[in-house]
Design a protein around this ligand. Structure first.
Ligand code: ATP
Ligand code: RIB
Length: 304
């Protein structure tokens, strides 16, 4: 069977510490609550894809610990296919601790554990039997796993969507394999050296990335929406953000990527439409509390 979307990326247990305001360095403050949710860019993207009703599989790694077991159970309940997730010995499951303030903005500290232990052979073995239309990848696993995945996806002629996140994990070799790249403002600056403060900067940076041989680029601008550049049509499209009150912006980019990939699996010819739906979906997620349980389904998006 040809899958609609194959996702590869990090799988973490997220701990959100909710506060009114970010603590100052050295300060001791009272937090409002601690919320534990399955996260990681790969797992967030895979849950998003599953909730869009297209068929998928997630490639990644967890440790043989309680968090690993809990995560697999939760992902299965969310409809994610987990047979290609590797159970790594002697490594802990990834853990991410986030401080989320009253504006919904977040700062993460991530112990990547098993995600960084994922190796090229494991990825090649996991991908060998798989065929898919869209390959969706972020950069929160080891470099060797990322490169192995990109090479396999290219060989298998899949349309490769690269979400070059987090910013610190970007490396240049990835660009040459990607058909569509979706950086946020910081990632765009890291890739291009261009500081992105507005739509004009985003257009310049998107064109710079396309000039490296990437067919399509979406530069994401948070609550300001995003800028899509399609090099074959030499066309820019401004995708407006839906106005919402932000409660928790964690994973906005993951939900954007997951819906984008799902919509492209349905119709690969209409990137503008896919980006508009992705923008709606991420705004809806941002307006909700919680993590993966706040990811909208296709039905919810259709009703919006
Ligand atoms: P993340 O917070 O997951 O790291 P990101 O930095 O990759 O996200 P952003 O640019 O913050 O990506 O957001 C991705 C998309 O989500 C935006 O292009 C926009 O469509 C939507 N979005 C993000 N924040 C908001 C917001 N406050 N209001 C409405 N839409 C938003
Ligand atoms: O993009 C959000 C994700 O990044 C979180 O779920 C967290 O696990 C971090 O890796």
């Amino acid at each position: 069977m040809v899958l609609d979307v194959i996702v590869m990326g990090a799988i973490n247990m997220d701990m959100y510490v909710h506060v009114d305001d970010f603590p100052k360095y050295g300060e001791n403050i009272q937090a409002k609550e601690l919320d534990q949710q399955v996260g990681g860019k790969g797992s967030n993207q895979a849950v998003t894809v599953a909730k869009q009703g297209v068929n998928q599989v997630l490639i990644g790694a967890v440790g043989q610990d309680d968090f690993g077991k809990q995560i697999l159970t939760t992902l299965n309940q969310q409809g994610v296919k987990t047979d290609a997730i590797i159970n790594k010995e002697d490594t802990q499951t990834g853990i991410a601790v986030a401080v989320v303030d009253h504006t919904g903005e977040n700062t993460f500290m991530v112990i990547l554990g098993a995600n960084m232990a994922l190796n090229a052979e494991e990825v090649e073995e996991a991908m060998a039997p798989l065929e898919g239309k869209i390959f969706l990848l972020n950069l929160e696993t080891s470099q060797e796993s990322v490169l192995a995945a990109l090479k396999m996806a290219k060989k298998k002629n899949m349309y490769i969507v690269l979400d070059p996140a987090p910013e610190g994990s970007y490396f240049e070799e990835t660009l040459q394999y990607a058909d569509l790249v979706t950086p946020n403002q910081q990632e765009t600056e890291r890739i291009t050296g261009i500081t992105v403060n507005n739509v004009e900067d985003a257009k310049k940076a998107a064109k710079w990335i396309a000039d490296q041989g990437v067919s399509d680029v979406i530069v994401k601008l948070g609550s300001e929406g995003s800028v899509l550049y399609e090099s074959k049509k030499d066309r820019f499209t401004i995708i407006e953000a839906t106005k919402v009150k932000a409660i928790n912006t964690v994973g906005a980019g993951d939900i954007f990527a997951g819906v984008l990939a799902s919509e492209l699996a349905r119709n690969s010819d209409d990137l503008v439409h896919a980006a508009k739906i992705a923008s709606k979906a991420s705004a809806l997620k941002v307006s909700r509390p919680g993590g993966q349980d706040g990811i909208p389904t296709k039905e919810e998006l259709d009703q919006m």
